[in-house]
Design a protein around this ligand. Structure first.
Ligand SMILES: *Cc1c(COP(=O)(O)O)cnc(C)c1O
Length: 223
């Protein structure tokens, strides 16, 4: 597993997916998910040119930041317990897992400036996954309007793990449509231009359907 070679392959696949869908690769941000791997592996990815890293636990974030602090933007992609917000909030550039009002309130209280958040949507309706139901999402976002330190940068989802391409496309399209609905509201606190969706198994399809942020772990740094 060579992170530089993996990144070249991923970039080639991004180019292809963008060509297939009339998009520009400049619209796509690769988040290297380093939760499974050592600092050395994460550093390899950064040396290869990855500029965004994602971690799903505070401990992992702290560990990776000791060495790589200023060399990457940091994304918190995992379930976030409210009591950990105060430790996470000053360390990350975006939180991808906003899924409840109590968490939004805690972020609002602890952040010193508006924090970029992605609202997590459970588009497949799987019980094991976190996130709001699609039909609750707009109302939830509207309810955040008085939390001046919560800024909705986009929506995030983890699609069900499946090789059924048509099914995946339906989920991703539903997310695009939901993002467009939120965006059309022109809410000052929720510009919502972004869609964080697509992982190692499905990122090309996610890009073809409209992802702006792909979160890649195993196919980039290994599992
Ligand atoms: C682990 C994880 C990923 C990366 O998964 P891979 O399939 O290894 O690319 C992406 N997003 C979230 C939220 C994750 O927890």
């Amino acid at each position: 597993m060579d992170a530089a070679a993996n990144l070249r392959q991923i970039n080639a696949n991004i180019q292809q997916a963008c060509a297939n869908s009339n998009r520009s690769p400049n619209e796509i941000t690769i988040i290297g998910v380093t939760k499974y791997v050592t600092i050395e592996r994460a550093e390899e990815a950064v040396n290869a040119g990855v500029r965004h890293l994602g971690e799903n636990r505070l401990e992992g974030l702290r560990e990776k930041q000791t060495r790589l602090q200023d060399r990457a933007a940091w994304h918190f992609i995992g379930t976030l317990q409210s009591k950990k917000v105060k430790d996470v909030i000053t360390k990350v550039d975006a939180i991808h897992s906003l899924d409840r009002m109590s968490l939004a309130k805690e972020i609002n209280k602890r952040a010193e400036k508006p924090a970029d958040c992605f609202v997590q949507v459970n588009v497949g309706g799987e019980e094991t996954k976190h996130g709001l139901k699609p039909d609750e999402t707009l109302a939830f976002i509207k309810d955040l309007k008085n939390l001046e330190n919560v800024r909705i940068a986009g929506l995030m989802t983890m699609a069900p793990y499946t090789d059924d391409e048509q099914r995946l496309r339906r989920f991703f399209r539903e997310m695009v449509s939901l993002r467009d609905t939120v965006k059309a509201e022109q809410l000052p606190h929720a510009p919502c231009p972004y869609l964080s969706m697509g992982m190692s198994n499905d990122y090309q399809i996610a890009i073809e359907e409209g992802a702006t942020h792909i979160r890649i772990g195993s196919k980039l740094v290994g599992a």
